[in-house]
Design a binder for this molecule. Structure first.
Ligand SMILES: *[C@@H]1O[C@H](CO)[C@@H](O)[C@H](O)[C@H]1NC(C)=O
Ligand SMILES: *[C@@H]1O[C@H](CO)[C@@H](O)[C@H](O)[C@H]1NC(C)=O
Ligand SMILES: *[C@@H]1O[C@H](CO)[C@@H](O)[C@H](O)[C@H]1NC(C)=O
Length: 354
């Protein structure tokens, strides 16, 4: 029953190359289906471009979903920006703007290449929400200001899930981007007495200890997440489950070194993932790769302080768990108790291919 974290050979499945290399094959494996843009609306949305202000990035910005036919005649409805303020959001850092976001989502979802905008110079608070599809392709959720959950367990609505905050569900060709900040307000969650050594005299009190993952993508395809700063999650910062085609670029994820369970990016049952040009510092795994993942490329990522990049834990209850084709290049892992590791459960047969 005991969980044994066996640290196994670092070089088995993945390779780490700590040197600059250019022109790496497989860097842009994210493909957007080309067929779905006929008759799409408006001109090319300037807001969905990757952050142009970072010329120092080691790779040039990958393309994000935007209208490849900007001059498509016959439809002149421009940009289709759904500013949450038009739906009643206040963004003063105290008003509950949940309903405005939900309404903006609902309307934007029905329009191809729409942009839901949380504008700069505003702080929006919303409660736990599942933004679900299917939506018209090309949807962009753009945070230029600050977006945050209510602060701590006491202000979390009783009826809301304590396991997640923002959930994106059943979407195809969706982009989550912006120059703004997702502030997780995690402090009070980290200090719950059920968290490791946070009880009286350094004890750990028992009891349900759910804390929300900040951003979760579930059962979705062809996703882009870029540009944002994601801070202080109560638990995992970003989680992908059951997804295919994920491009993560130029994210900055940060939480204190001692914040419990604040994994940076966690993926499971997810295929075709690229994680590029991102900085992650936190209190747990920088990137964790769970069972059922394949074709994962990590490049230009700096981790630390953190617990490094982990594959596993694989094989719970002797189950079969497959992880394949994980590549790590140009990664810097500093102030971490591990670099790259594979975690398995006890009595695990490990078959490694190189
Ligand atoms: C323009 O695009 C909008 C949104 O996609 C759509 O509702 C509308 O019917 C289109 N108009 C024309 C003339 O194609
Ligand atoms: C904490 O430890 C001190 C000294 O060992 C003891 O006097 C005190 O009762 C303990 N407090 C709790 C809540 O266990
Ligand atoms: C391994 O993954 C990369 C993307 O990271 C992909 O381009 C490549 O085709 C994959 N290789 C195999 C053998 O599936």
């Amino acid at each position: 029953m005991d969980l044994v974290h066996t640290l196994l050979a670092i070089w088995i499945i993945a390779s780490l190359v700590f040197q600059n290399s250019s022109n790496v094959e497989g860097r842009y494996h994210y493909h957007r289906p080309k067929s779905s843009n006929r008759g799409s609306s408006g001109s090319k949305s300037p807001v969905s471009s990757p952050d142009p202000q970072d010329p120092s990035s080691p790779t040039s910005p990958p393309s994000v979903p935007s209208d490849p036919y900007p001059n498509d005649p016959g439809n002149s409805s421009k940009n289709c920006v759904f500013d949450v303020r038009s739906y009643g959001a206040v963004g003063d850092g105290s008003n509950d703007d949940t309903e405005a976001f939900r309404q903006a989502w609902k309307e934007a979802c029905a329009v191809e290449s729409a942009v839901i905008l949380a504008p700069e110079d505003h702080s929006f608070i919303i409660t736990s929400t599942i933004f679900s599809g299917p939506c018209k392709p090309g949807l962009v959720f753009q945070v230029d200001g600050v977006l945050m959950p209510p602060e701590g367990p006491d202000s979390w609505p009783k009826a809301d899930s304590r396991k997640q905050w923002l959930v994106f569900y059943r979407l195809d060709q969706m982009t989550f981007t912006g120059k703004g900040t997702i502030e997780g307000n995690g402090q009070k969650w980290w200090e719950l007495p059920c968290k490791p050594h946070r009880g009286p005299n350094g004890s750990t009190l028992s009891g349900p200890c759910d804390s929300p993952a900040l951003i979760r993508f579930f059962m979705s395809t062809n996703l882009v997440v870029s540009g944002l700063r994601i801070l202080n999650s109560p638990q995992f910062h970003m989680k992908f489950d059951g997804c295919e085609g994920v491009l993560i670029d130029k994210l900055s994820i940060s939480s204190p070194k001692l914040s419990p369970n604040t994994d940076g990016i966690h993926i499971e049952n997810t295929k075709a993932v690229g994680i590029y040009n991102s900085m992650i510092s936190n209190g747990d795994d920088c990137i964790s790769i769970g069972p059922g993942c394949s074709n994962v490329a990590i490049e230009g990522v700096t981790c630390g302080p953190s617990h490094g990049i982990s594959i596993g834990s694989l094989g719970v209850h002797n189950s079969q768990a497959c992880v394949s084709n994980i590549t790590v290049r140009n990664a810097v892992i500093k102030e971490s108790d591990n670099g790259l590791r594979i975690k398995t459960w006890q009595v695990t047969q490990l078959l490694a291919q190189t």
